[in-house]
Design a protein around this ligand. Structure first.
Ligand SMILES: [Zn+2]
Length: 123
């Protein structure tokens, strides 16, 4: 195997883990933009758990402190909307209200630039 093939395989492994659970429609759109031609991604989407804050299906496991790539809530297992979440420094109700207002659990957690993360996952 030459160096290009090594890098290609590393890129494939990285992309495969980065896009777990992402909608085929979103992938088709992004690839079509990059290649400047219509491309269609087909295949079974991985079924993920819904984030307790934004409700998009983004979590591979529940309650394991994964950070939702859509709203950036850290899934500490909180399901009670009024309990204070230490890692998130707010209640689930506050985070949900922030998501409705800013599109993220807090205004300061918004990424720059926004790459269409609200279109990436199913609800
Ligand atoms: Zn979320």
């Amino acid at each position: 195997m030459n160096r290009d093939e090594d890098y290609d395989n590393l890129i494939r492994v990285g992309l495969k883990s980065e896009y777990v659970g992402v909608r085929n429609e979103y992938l088709s759109k992004r690839i079509s933009e990059q290649l400047v031609s219509d491309q269609t991604v087909v295949g079974v989407q991985e079924e993920l758990f819904a984030c307790p804050c934004c409700e998009f299906k983004t979590l591979s496991v529940k309650g394991e402190y994964d950070i939702c790539p859509v709203c950036f809530w850290e899934d500490d297992g909180t399901t009670d909307h009024t309990s204070y979440s230490l890692p998130n420094r707010m209640t689930l109700t506050q985070a949900r209200n922030n998501f409705l207002e800013f599109g993220a659990m807090s205004e300061s957690s918004l990424p720059h630039p926004d790459r269409g993360r609200l279109d990436m996952y199913s609800k």
